[in-house]
Design a binder for this molecule. Structure first.
Ligand code: FEO
Ligand code: CA
Ligand code: CA
Ligand code: CA
Length: 596
């Protein structure tokens, strides 16, 4: 295990070469199949997908649009097979110009808007391993589930019931309809799914009619400004109109938890994890049993956070233990990360050259923001820390990062890996320039950061950090692959999601490849002699982003999000025909890849 196999890492596939093909390209000797895609039935009795005759009622029973995160939760053994899972997919957003022929973005119809509401959210689908190696969907009556913009959520944790969360439809501040822009996520040790509400700002209209200066400043810090929203939902539901419902927006931007094994459960929005543009959340159980969630706020110059629970996880699968564990993320301490480099500032000159001590590295600390009803931030109540987390964090001096996407602990090493996808604005006038932890100005290709908590204790207040990768073309002097021979590695650009295989290798999916090639999925050992040896495992169709990787010994799952989303493309002019071929419209989908 680990360093066995003659010093190899079991990543014995031939790397896939960069390309711009309109298909998924996997290594030689691997097979692939679409598991499920936009419009495919999720609930029994769902109509077959018919692009030209869509309806909101059909969409609410079918797989939603633009699947991002994908997670597998094993079914209890009483199902008699270990090869069945509940697959949970996030439907981050809709692209109406790809969904509807002749779409008029200034005048959407009510039906189009209602289809988009039903195409957001999450899908829970039972999947089963096929004989030939892929995964097959089962239209299970009990477990399969769709969550949409109209599904009820319960708000829990310290800000539940806050005045900031009350609306005319919900004077309790505890019941929200829907989840929006669910990007990445994680499977918890107790078998539930966490999902991050990310760019929810885009759904809310008429911030320019808000006059209260404090409210305006809060909206601005979350990127909410202007008049009409892109999708014009405010015309069909007042809650998306800030001039009519100023607090509805505060009910989004949370980490949500859903329990796929209990299909009647109400999903939860966890206020204890703070409110920002949550990329996702990933949990590890610390050695003393407290659970720790790591999280990124995906915006240029925003922060990395962690949450440490007050209570300890209960082991076992009893109903009592599961219900107890589902409350662990409701009380604890929320922290934001501050990083310090250990090399002289003049060695971080923006060239990307590794400092003379051989590493981009240093120390860091987790600055506490709030614990339940107690605020640690001057000028902010605890409730305000939780609801306006970005503004509270701004006052305590955390490190401005290059767009923190997925942040995930390795369950094997307890180290944490963060994808910092890019930051085209670093070093622009009025912004922070290169630092040891974000060493490139106008960072187009991103980097991958490794954090090791003191004493391997995930609840610790201090940590060491290193850059594992500074991404881009390995022939460029401003890239770094943990010191590995750069002539042997695959080019990689814009890391987004991270995952681990059963041997502890890191897998990285990309979004927005700035080298002009298709996005893809990469594997890299993080320990031993092969550390830094990045190999491309697959590429996705042109215009698509690779997300949600799930890596098992038997198969790899990837979400292919927004295939064919290229300049000038639309449903009237599709530039991708993946996955159905011919002259079909492209459909976002989940793909399985396995060894032939
Ligand atoms: Fe939805 Fe940060 O990617
Ligand atoms: Ca250093
Ligand atoms: Ca992402
Ligand atoms: Ca992204």
């Amino acid at each position: 295990h680990g360093h066995g196999h003659g010093g190899r890492d079991d990543l014995d596939f031939q790397p896939v070469a960069p390309n711009t093909e309109d298909r998924v390209v996997a290594p030689r000797g691997y097979d692939q199949g679409v598991v499920i895609g936009w419009g495919d039935p999720v609930l029994p009795g769902a109509p077959r997908f018919d692009f030209a005759n869509q309806s909101a009622a059909a969409q609410a029973m079918q797989f939603g649009y633009n699947n991002d995160f994908c997670g597998l939760v094993p079914l209890p053994r009483r199902w008699g097979s270990q090869d069945r899972w509940l697959m949970v997919s996030n439907h981050e957003y809709t692209t109406e110009s790809f969904m509807f022929l002749g779409y008029d973005d200034e005048n959407p119809t009510r039906e189009q808007v209602e289809i988009a509401w039903a195409a957001h959210g999450l899908s829970v689908v039972m999947v089963e391993k096929e004989r030939r190696g892929g995964l097959q969907v089962r239209l299970d009556r009990h477990y399969n589930r769709r969550i949409t913009v109209n599904s009820e959520f319960e708000v829990t944790g310290p800000a539940a019931g806050s005045d900031y969360l009350k609306t005319s439809a919900d004077p309790s501040g505890r019941r929200v309809f829907g989840t929006l822009n669910n990007c990445a996520g994680g499977v918890t040790p107790w078998g539930t799914i966490l999902s991050g509400e990310e760019n929810y700002n885009q759904y809310f209209a008429n911030a320019d009619q808000v006059t209260d200066p404090v409210t305006k400043q809060r909206l601005a810090r979350y990127g909410i400004s202007g008049g009409a929203s892109g999708r014009r939902w405010e015309r069909f539901d007042d809650r998306f109109d800030l001039a009519k419902e100023p607090n509805e927006v505060n009910r989004f931007g949370w980490v949500v938890e859903i329990d796929p094994l209990d299909p009647d459960s109400t999903p939860v929005k966890h206020t204890a994890l703070g409110r920002f543009k949550h990329e996702g959340a990933n949990v590890i159980v610390a050695r003393d049993g407290h659970v720790v969630a790591y999280m990124g706020d995906d915006e240029r110059f925003d922060y990395i956070y962690k949450f440490v629970s007050d209570k300890r996880m209960k082991r076992g699968n009893s109903r009592y233990a599961r219900e107890y564990n589902k409350r662990l993320l409701d009380s604890g301490t929320l922290y934001v990360a501050k990083f310090r480099g250990d090399s002289p500032a003049d060695e971080i000159d923006g060239s990307g050259q590794v400092p003379s001590d051989g590493e981009f590295d240093g120390f860091g600390e987790w600055i506490p923001l709030a614990r339940n009803d107690r605020s640690f931030v001057d000028g902010f109540t605890a409730e305000e820390v939780y609801v306006f987390t970005r503004l509270a964090a701004d006052t305590v001096g955390p490190t401005k990062m290059d767009r923190p996407e997925d942040v995930e602990p390795s369950l094997r090493s307890r180290k944490i890996y963060a994808a910092l996808t890019n930051n085209s604005q670093r070093g622009n006038p009025g912004t922070e320039g290169p630092t040891e932890m974000n060493p490139r100005p106008a960072n187009r290709h991103g980097h991958v950061l490794e954090i090791e908590e003191f004493w391997g204790d995930n609840t610790a207040r201090r940590f060491r950090w290193k850059l594992l990768l500074v991404c881009g073309d390995p022939e460029s002097p401003d890239t770094y692959f943990a010191g590995y021979d750069k002539s042997q590695v695959s080019p990689i650009s814009c890391p987004d999601n991270v995952a681990f295989d059963e041997r502890g290798n890191l897998w990285i999916s990309t979004d927005g490849n700035a080298l002009g090639q298709n996005d893809g999925l990469f594997a890299v050992p993080v320990e031993g002699r092969e550390r830094g040896h990045v190999k491309q495992f697959l590429t996705v169709p042109h215009g698509a982003e690779t997300c949600g990787p799930v890596v098992t010994d038997d198969f790899v799952l990837v979400s292919v999000q927004h295939p064919g989303e290229l300049d000038g493309a639309s449903a009237d002019n599709p530039l991708s025909h993946w996955p159905d071929g011919g002259d079909s419209q492209p459909r976002p989908a989940v793909v399985a890849v396995w060894k032939d």
